[in-house]
Design a protein around this ligand. Structure first.
Ligand code: B12
Ligand code: SF4
Ligand code: SF4
Length: 317
């Protein structure tokens, strides 16, 4: 079965190409197809309840536009970054994996650029898509899944951010092509298991495709709470998130080295962050402002300090 899709109008294609992005446009009904797939997975008991409630239940599969007609899906190349901390006279480059730094800013910037490029007609709206972005992007053929459940493009491997937008621009303004019935796996994954072998937590299963997301380090370190007993302290490898199943992937071999956010914490500041004592509000505010300037907005004090302590211990400082 195929359902209607829209190929890029020439202006969007040229605009995206000039910036090194990839783009696809589809009728909004692709979002309903994704919703059905995720409901079927839920009904089959495929999700850990806690993970589903925190990360999937909230999707509205809609947008601010009452009657959206199309989705515009973009893949924007993103590097990893790092923030520097100072411990015992040594420097620690704490990795911030691709997409975290300046995440919201990137999505806003891309939308604003499309609006000002004159791709849509005057009066046509363009707003964030409130739906599972990988699932939609894979259905419209923009990306393919890796065994690690992260999506890939030919040019940037998995180091890219998916930006999803909805518009009331009529599909007729674009050329039409089929939407994939089911999302595709990269051919390379058929002969490779490097990511599954590198995942410290066993989140990438051998008996099914869907990630056991409640076991993913990222699920643990993006949210508050104690580390579960089964987490080995040596597993932590990033300031937030985890690089293990992307760093080992041959499809990421040509990607650039992590970029410096330019944010540095000197030894007294790092010591304050690492102490067990609650920080006075003004001290935390100063430290948090620095973290925000690395494009990591709104993280809680307990999350930041817990993650940093764990990373420093894992790196043997
Ligand atoms: C919730 C969430 C998480 C959760 C769950 C991750 C997951 N795999 O679902 C946690 C907190 C663990 C997480 C971790 C990470 N995340 Co995250 N996350 C999201 C979020 C908010 C929703 C993802 C989602 O929809 N999950 C629900 C599941 C059901 O969706 P799905 O994996 O697409 O499932 C489909 C497939 O399994 C498919 N399917 C089913 N059976 C089969 C069989 C085959 C063979 C195939 C091919 C497919 C297939 O059907 C499912 C339904 O459509 C999105 C942002 C957004 N708004 O969409 C970012 C997003 C997915 N995350 C992102 C990133 C970067 C990460 C991390 C890499 C961060 C890090 N560690 O550095 C890790 C990757 C972990 C991993 N191995 O997947 C990026 C991914 C970009 C990319 N290149 O794909 C996103 C898209 C944000 C963005 N805008 O760019 N994340
Ligand atoms: S490491 Fe191998 S199996 Fe995993 S996503 Fe990359 S190519 Fe696929
Ligand atoms: S991000 Fe880390 S913990 Fe999560 S699946 Fe990949 S390797 Fe495993």
């Amino acid at each position: 079965m195929t359902i209607g899709v829209v190929i890029l109008s020439d202006s969007l294609r040229m605009w995206a190409h000039a910036r090194g992005y990839e783009a696809a446009v589809a009728g909004f009904e692709v979002v309903t197809e994704v919703r059905k797939t995720i409901e079927a997975l839920k009904n089959a008991g495929s999700f850990d309840e806690r993970f589903f409630d925190k990360c999937v239940k909230g999707f509205k599969y809609d947008s601010e536009i009452a009657e959206p007609k199309i989705v515009i899906m973009l893949s924007v190349p993103r590097p990893a970054h790092y923030i520097t901390f100072s411990v015992a006279g040594k420097q620690l480059a704490a990795i911030v994996p691709p997409t975290y730094a300046y995440y919201r800013e990137e999505a806003r910037r891309v939308r604003d650029e499309i609006l000002s490029a004159g791709i849509l007609k005057s009066g046509q709206q363009l707003v964030p898509l409130r739906a599972p972005l990988k699932s939609v992007a894979a259905r419209v053929g923009l990306v393919r899944y890796g065994r690690n459940n992260i999506t890939y493009t030919r040019s940037r491997g998995s180091y890219h951010q998916i930006v999803g937008l909805a518009s009331d621009a009529p599909p007729g303004a674009f050329e039409i092509d089929p939407v994939l019935e089911s999302p595709g796996l990269m051919d390379e994954c058929l002969r490779c298991r490097a990511c599954a072998a590198s995942c410290p937590t066993g989140a990438i299963p051998g008996d099914r495709f869907l990630l056991r997301a409640h076991r993913c380090l990222t699920f643990l370190n993006e949210f508050p709470g104690e580390w579960p007993d089964w987490v080995d302290p040596s597993w932590h490898n990033a300031f937030v998130g985890c690089m293990k199943c992307q760093a080992c992937c041959p499809m990421n071999a040509g990607n650039p080295e992590p970029e410096d956010t330019g944010v540095r914490f000197d030894e007294p500041e790092t010591t304050q962050l690492l102490s067990d004592e609650p920080l006075p509000a003004d001290v935390w505010r100063g430290l948090d402002l620095k973290i925000e300037s690395a494009g990591l907005g709104g993280d809680r004090q307990d999350v930041v300090r817990r993650n940093l302590r764990a990373l420093i211990k894992a790196q043997g400082f």
